[in-house]
Every structure is written in structure tokens, then in C-alpha cells.
Design a protein around this ligand. Structure first.
Ligand code: PEP
Ligand code: MG
Length: 843
């Protein structure tokens, strides 16, 4: 070991220091990438914490690493999930291989843009080469850029670089499926897995190679989706290493990938220059021609004529806009568009906005000037609040502002003369623009602004059109008429698509559209198997809006109302009246013939609630979660019971307790419910059931069954607790599979116990929303499938293709298999055989 002077790392930014444990991203907080610290930035320039060479700077400009002469390697990562911004908001000031001084500017970033468009601005500084360090600044304190922050002891890194020894084995080439290539998160997962083998391992991309155990080396390969990669290894466990790592790559290294590797492999690799990346706002794909959409500049005179004339002009403009919005709402009745235009209409009546405009009129300004200034100022205010949702509402305000402005100025909105097969490209598409589109001619949207929750995204999904947003601004320079391929599932716009890609995506798109149309058209039909067995298909919801949407998509009730999500973005508890009103509105929407299953607050673990403060726990998933927390704070539960009970006569009311693991929890909750029902003078209790999401509850289902009216199986938690795999762990994502026979056996135990006591069983975890799982769940005897709203038609259609008899044989078969992948394979074979020909199960 060499002895070298300790090295001081300077603060790369000004801001507030946070311990790594507090970063809400397990890849960083678990130190998978490396140990270090986190800064919540107050400055917008990232500077070098040490002198050295830029060993990697990501094309997207959100991450950079420096290696000093002693091999100390420091990675800085600006924000969380910022790779999705595809470079937008970042300006690189250095290049790879460049030598930099400590304190030198590396990257400038637009903090507002990043805060609004990415998950978080939290910036990480990690010693990825593994040397120990001590903190020089006070933990949780404020730091200034350039201030000494860490003292690193060089020469003490756990592992050094290694050479490939002996004859290396090479894997077959494979195509990288990750939408953003191997950026920090998947690269860390891959490097971590490689470190588990003694062999020396390299990852190859064309002529470049990277030490597979080095995160920075992998990131330096600058891989992109579609790259052809190979893994090589030399040493005793080389073969095992290659098998494991190739599988890990194919599965996305902990990231969700849109297509299995075999399917991706047939797509020709694409060079990064021919693809522009954004994020998926609405799924699907399309091949068409570029149509650039630009708003004309409006000329506004500042000075008004008489006050009376300008007031009248503003009033006329507002009235005409209200009329137009009402017509649009009527046309789109019941859809997402209608709600957006209702919100626009509300903005027109906003007193603060009108007050601002009138103040300017009183100062002698024109109606157009006054209205425009008021809307622009308010939109800016929304944008500056650091809240992504409000920022998106700013786009709505700009849209409605423009509508009124044109009416005041007497500018007619000319209907767009669109060519066939148009892919619309815009800085930002407004809801008004999208609503007036001829959807027969438009195949998709691509925008520079907007997010997955923007109204344009909602509209695109409602129209069933593929859309991506957050695409680099260079998209605005594409020539009208250029043929492009929009692959929204992957968040990509291909500028030079080849024929094979086009044909493949076109076929998939047509099949998808036809299938979806058929499923939606038949959504109101009941889910009855070919041999006459009815399965209830209900919705998992978190809002009244979702309940309404579920009814239009054939939902037969609500199988899971996640009540904690009704008030997620609040820092004060909703008042009892507010809670009552929310539940009653949902109950009324469902009516007396449908089930409403309200789950009581399921707070804790992955779902902290701002207005229910909790002590920090070492392992929140095993701590005071769900019913445990509610029984600790019975006043919360009492209040919620009272609010729910107010809906008793309005619907078929069910109350469900989450995370029950002991019979005593159910009994304690039932006592409280009975007391509250009595106090309200109710003669009959609503149905009371429990979620089965802890193995103890499943194994003891026969003990619970006499005390409940129903069970609903939460396969998300049941899987994590059965397999002891954190449901959010990036590396375990592919193994924490609810198709595992262990989970299925617990479902079988639960169903048998429930049916023996005449009680029904639902599944409300994500497994129920997987079409592939439906035959197994039906075969196991599950009575109700509560699924995510958009999937209701698909799951119902899936049930109608099956036979109960065949499903039961299949279920018996899969319970005896060894692992999840075998179950998936068995179901695939079963479906292929039954859907196309007669029901046969292969054993
Ligand atoms: C589950 O655990 O499967 C479930 C439905 O509950 P949640 O996902 O809300 O924890
Ligand atoms: Mg759960």
C-alpha cells in the first residue's frame, strides 16, 4: 500500500448538506455506487472538488467523474433521475480526458428547470474508488462552494484495478435494452454484480472496453439503448460470471425495460445521433412526417382607449372564451378533456387574475395588454414555486390566456391544415391545440416541454396517441415533412428509421390499437369465462376521478380505495367533513349496486404522510405500518371510520384493514368500528375485511376467516414479505416476482380457508393487473380481481378467453413448480394453446 498525503475534497456546490441515508433513492442511500454525501444545492454551478482528469462526463451533462493522480475517483451526480432530462437544463464546461484544477467549473445547470422536471435536485458527491474519508463540515449544515468538505485517505481503496488474466471467455453479443443506456443506476447494479465474481471481467462496446467492476468505466462507455455489448471474463468463475451478467444486462440491471432482450435484439442498433430521447407521456408508436407547430406572435398595444371600451373588450373576450370552453366541454363530455376545459373555465373566473387585469385597465392599459400581463405574471408565479404540478398548471394558464387574448384581438383560430400521418412537434402543445386536432391525421406528439403528468400527456393518453415530452430543443429544427419514427414506449424519436424498425413497430402498433379498441368496445360485458364462471373485475383507485374513469371502462366497483393517497400532497390532515365528503362522493358515483372497498390509512414504510409524523425507523417496512400505526393512534382510525361510515347507505360499503399480521389487530379494529357505528346509530356494520399481505395472515387464513367478511390479497407486499425482498430494491426487482410459487401457494391457502367459511377473496396487488396472471388466479379460485383502471378492459377480455376447468389444472400444475420464471413459461404455453386452439395444459 502506498502512503500518500490525505486529500481534501472541496464542496462542489453551495447548499445544505445531507447524509446519504436521507437520499430518497436506494441506489444512492445504500451506497451501491459509493460512499459520500449529498448536497441540496442553492447554487447552479458544479465545480471540481479535487484536481485530476475528467474520467467521464455523461452526454446528458448530469454526471461527471474526476480521477486524481493517486487513483481517487469522485463521481458527482446532479439531481435524481436527471438522466431522463436528456441533457436539457445542463451545460458541460469540460470534456472527457481534460485535466482540471480543484474549484474549476465543470457543469452549469438550470436549477429551476431541473427541480421542475426531474425527481429531485439533490446532488451527490461519491468517492467511487472506495477510499475511506472523514467529514470536515458539520453534518446537516450549510456549505459554500469551495469549502473543504471531506478528507480522503488515498491508497486505502478496497480494490485496485485488475488485468484480465489468462484466456478470456466472451458472451454472445446482446442488445442493451435500457432506455437511457447504462447510466449511474444500472451501471452501479452491473458493477456491483461483477464484483461478486473473482474473475476479471470486461464489458465491450465495439472497440471500447471497460472494467466491469468499475462504475465509472462503465459509465464512460456512454452506452445508449440498442448498443451491441459483449461481456468477457477470465478466471475460475468466468463462465458463471458471464451467464449471470448477461442475464442481468438483458433484464435491464434493475431498470424496467420495455421489451424482453430477445425482442430488442432483432432491432438494428441505432446511433445516438439518429435518436432524440425524452420521456414517455403516452404509450404506443407511430411512423409519420414531422409537422412543426408554432404559435404566431401576437401584436399587443399597451395603451388603451377609454376605460369603458377596454373593460367591455375584456368582458367580451372572457365571455366568448367561456362559451367556447363550454362547447368544447360538451363535445368531450365525460372525458379527460372535459375536465381540463372545466379547469380552464375556472381560471377565467379567478378573482386574483381578474383583479390584476382590472388594475392595469384602471391605469389606462389596453384590454389585451392587461389580460396578457396578468396571465403571464401568474403563470411565472406558478412556475417559480418549485412544484411540478403547479408548473404544469402554468401551461394551462398560458393556454387559456392565449385563447382570451386572441378573442380580444379578433384573431380567428384557423383550423390547421394538416397533412396525413402527422407527428406534431412543438415547444409545448396546449390543451386547446390538441383538442381542436383532426385526430384522423395526427399520429403522435413530441414536445420539448411538458411532463408525464401534464394535461397534454393526459389528453394524448385519452386520445390513444403516442407522445413523448422533455425532448431536446433540436427537435424544433427538424424540417417539416421529414419521415420519423416515434417509439413512445421507449421515449424515442428515430430520425433515420430503417425499414425493419418501421415495419416491426407499425405491425405492433396496429395490433395494439386493434386489440385495445376491441377490449374497450367490449369493456361493459361481464368477465365470464367460456364455461360460464363469473369473475368480478373492480378498480384500484386513489381519487373520485379514477372511480369515474373506471366506470366508463367497465369497472364493476372499487376493490381498493387507497385512502392515504386522497390527501397525499397535503401537510395538514383533512377535516372530518372533508373526509366524509370525499368518501360520500365516491360512494354516490358507484351507487347502491356496486362494491366500494375503502382501505383504512396505510401509512408507513414506502408511504410517509406529511400530516402523520412518524419516528424514523431502521426498517420501516417491518415497523409501524398500516393497521399497526392506526392502532397506535386510534384517534386517526376513529375519525376515518366515522367519515367512511357516513357513506353506509350510498353504496355496498366495505372497510378493509391493511398489513394485518395478528388476529388481535383485527379484533381491536373491529371493536373501534363497532363503537363508532353504535355512536352514529347504525344498526348494521359495513362489511369488514383484511388485506392478506403478510405471510402470517395467509398461513392463518383459516383462523382469520370466521372473523372477516372478505379477504383481499395485496400481492405487492405479500411478495416482498414472503421472499424477504424489498419491493423497491433495484437489484431485486426481477426476482421479487409475484409469480413465485411460494406466493401462489399462500394465495391458494387463503382462498381455501376463505371458501371453507363462505367468504370471498380478491386480489388487489399488481399481480391482478398482469394479464398473464389471470388464468392462475382464476384457477386458484380468486373471486375478484381489483386492477389498475386503464387495464380493466384488458383483464376482462382476458377472463373471457379462458375456461375455469383449464385454469384449475394450470393452477395445480404451477403450484408444484420451482420458480417464478417456470410459472410464467407454463402460463404462456397454456395461453398459446388455449386461446388459439382447444384448452390443453402442457405438463
Ligand atoms: C399490495 O401490497 O399489494 C397492495 C395492494 O397495497 P400497496 O401496494 O398499496 O401497499
Ligand atoms: Mg400493501
Amino acid at each position: 500500500m502506498t502512503t500518500t498525503q490525505p486529500l481534501e475534497l472541496l464542496a462542489p456546490l453551495s447548499g445544505v448538506l445531507l447524509a446519504l441515508d436521507r437520499v430518497p433513492d436506494p441506489v444512492f442511500s445504500s451506497r451501491l455506487i459509493g460512499d459520500g454525501l449529498c448536497i441540496d444545492p442553492t447554487s447552479q454551478t458544479l465545480c471540481a472538488p479535487l484536481a485530476g482528469v475528467i474520467s467521464n462526463i455523461q452526454d446528458s451533462g448530469h454526471a461527471v467523474s474526476i480521477t486524481d493522480d493517486n487513483g481517487v475517483q469522485v463521481l458527482m451526480h446532479i439531481g435524481l433521475d436527471t438522466v431522463n432530462l436528456a441533457g436539457q437544463g445542463f451545460t458541460r464546461r469540460v470534456v472527457e480526458g481534460q485535466r482540471v484544477e480543484a474549484g474549476q467549473v465543470l457543469i452549469e445547470f438550470d436549477a429551476d428547470y431541473v427541480a421542475l422536471n426531474a425527481r429531485s435536485l439533490l446532488t451527490l458527491m461519491l468517492v467511487v474508488s472506495g477510499e475511506p474519508f472523514t467529514l470536515l463540515a458539520a453534518d446537516n449544515g450549510v456549505v459554500a462552494v469551495g469549502q473543504p468538505l471531506l478528507q480522503v485517505s488515498p491508497g486505502e481503496a478496497a480494490e485496485g484495478a485488475e488485468e484480465e488474466e489468462g484466456d478470456a471467455l466472451f458472451s454472445k453479443p446482446l442488445t442493451l435494452p435500457n432506455a437511457n443506456g447504462l447510466h449511474a443506476r444500472p451501471a452501479a447494479v452491473f458493477a456491483q454484480a461483477a464484483k461478486g465474481f473473482a474473475a476479471s471481467i470486461y464489458l465491450h462496446k465495439q472497440t471500447q472496453s471497460a472494467n466491469a467492476k468499475s462504475l465509472v468505466a462503465i459509465m464512460a462507455l456512454q452506452t445508449v439503448q440498442g448498443d451491441t455489448l459483449q461481456v468477457s471474463a477470465a478466471g475460475a468463475d468466468a463462465e458463471a460470471a458471464i451467464t449471470a451478467l448477461v442475464e442481468l444486462l438483458a433484464q435491464g440491471c434493475g431498470e424496467r425495460v420495455t421489451a424482453p432482450a430477445e425482442e430488442v435484439e432483432v432491432v438494428a442498433p441505432v446511433s445516438s445521433a439518429s435518436v432524440l430521447r425524452g420521456v414517455c407521456a403516452s404509450p404506443g408508436s407511430a411512423f409519420g412526417q414531422v409537422v412543426q407547430v408554432a404559435e404566431p406572435e401576437l401584436s399587443i398595444t399597451e395603451q388603451g382607449s377609454t376605460l369603458a371600451a377596454e373593460r367591455a373588450a375584456l368582458a367580451r373576450g372572457l365571455q366568448a372564451a367561456t362559451d367556447a370552453l363550454q362547447t368544447l366541454q360538451a363535445k368531450a363530455a365525460g372525458s379527460a378533456q372535459a375536465q381540463i376545459f372545466a379547469a380552464h373555465q375556472e381560471l377565467l373566473e379567478d378573482p386574483t387574475l381578474l383583479e390584476q387585469a382590472h388594475r392595469l385597465l384602471d391605469e389606462g392599459k389596453s384590454a389585451a395588454f392587461a389580460w396578457n400581463s396578468a396571465t403571464v405574471a401568474t403563470a411565472k408565479l406558478f412556475q417559480g414555486l418549485g412544484n411540478a404540478l403547479l408548473a404544469e398548471r402554468a401551461a394551462d394558464l398560458a393556454d387559456v390566456g392565449q385563447r382570451v387574448l386572441k378573442l380580444i384581438l379578433g384573431i380567428q383560430d384557423s383550423a390547421w391544415d394538416l397533412p396525413e400521418r402527422a407527428i406534431l412537434i412543438a415547444e409545448q402543445l396546449t390543451p386547446s391545440q390538441t383538442a381542436s386536432l383532426d385526430t384522423h391525421k395526427v399520429l403522435g406528439f413530441v414536445t420539448v416541454g411538458g411532463g408525464a403528468t401534464s394535461h397534454v400527456a393526459i389528453l394524448a393518453r385519452a386520445l390513444g396517441l403516442p407522445a413523448i415530452c422533455g425532448v431536446p430543443a433540436q427537435v424544433l429544427a427538424l424540417a417539416n415533412g421529414k419521415q420519423v419514427l416515434l417509439d413512445a414506449d421507449k421515449g424515442e424519436l428515430h430520425l433515420d428509421p430503417n425499414l425493419a424498425e418501421i415495419e416491426q413497430l407499425e405491425t405492433a402498433r396496429k395490433q395494439h390499437v386493434l386489440r385495445r379498441q376491441r377490449e374497450v368496445a367490449q369493456a361493459s360485458l361481464p368477465a365470464i369465462t367460456r364455461d360460464g364462471h363469473h369473475v368480478e373485475v373492480t378498480a384500484n383507485v386513489a381519487s373520485l376521478q379514477e372511480v369515474e374513469q373506471s366506470l366508463t371502462l367497465g369497472g364493476e366497483g372499487v376493490g381498493l380505495l387507497r385512502s392515504e393517497f386522497l390527501y397525499l400532497d397535503r401537510n395538514r390532515a383533512p377535516s372530518p367533513d372533508e373526509q366524509t365528503a370525499t368518501y360520500s362522493a365516491i360512494a354516490r358515483a358507484l351507487g347502491p349496486q356496486r362494491n366500494l372497498v375503502v382501505r383504512t390509512l396505510d401509512v408507513g414504510g414506502d408511504k410517509p404522510l406529511a400530516y402523520v409524523p412518524m419516528d424514523s425507523e431502521t426498517n420501516p417496512f417491518l415497523g409501524l405500518r398500516g393497521i399497526r400505526l392506526c392502532l397506535e393512534r386510534p384517534e386517526l382510525l376513529r375519525e376515518q371510520f366515522r367519515a367512511i361510515l357516513a357513506s353506509a347507505g350510498l353504496t355496498r360499503l366495505h372497510i378493509m384493514l391493511p398489513m394485518v399480521s395478528l388476529l388481535s389487530e383485527l379484533q381491536a379494529a373491529r371493536r373501534i368500528l363497532e363503537e363508532e357505528a353504535l355512536a352514529l346509530g347504525l344498526s348494521e356494520l359495513p362489511k369488514l375485511g383484511i388485506m392478506i399481505e403478510v405471510p402470517s395472515a395467509a398461513l392463518m387464513a383459516d383462523v382469520f376467516a370466521p372473523h372477516v367478511d372478505f379477504f383481499s390479497i395485496g400481492t405487492n407486499d405479500l411478495t416482498q414479505y414472503t421472499l424477504a425482498m424489498d419491493r423497491d430494491h433495484p437489484r431485486l426487482a426481477s426476482q421479487a416476482d409475484s409469480f413465485h410459487p411460494a406466493v401462489l401457494r399462500l394465495i391458494a391457502t387463503t382462498v381455501t380457508a376463505a371458501h371453507a367459511h363462505g367468504k370471498w377473496v380478491g386480489v388487489c396487488g399488481a399481480l391482478a393487473s398482469e394479464a398473464l396472471a389471470v388464468p392462475v388466479l382464476i384457477g386458484l379460485g380468486v373471486d375478484e380481481l381489483s386492477v389498475s383502471v386503464p387495464l380493466i378492459p384488458t383483464i376482462k377480455a382476458g377472463v373471457r378467453e379462458l375456461d375455469l376447468d383449464g385454469c384449475q389444472t394450470l393452477a395445480r400444475h404451477v403450484l408444484g413448480l420451482e420458480e417464478a420464471s417456470q410459472v410464467r413459461e407454463a402460463v404462456r404455453r397454456y395461453r398459446a394453446a388455449t386461446v388459439e386452439t382447444s384448452p390443453v395444459v402442457e405438463h
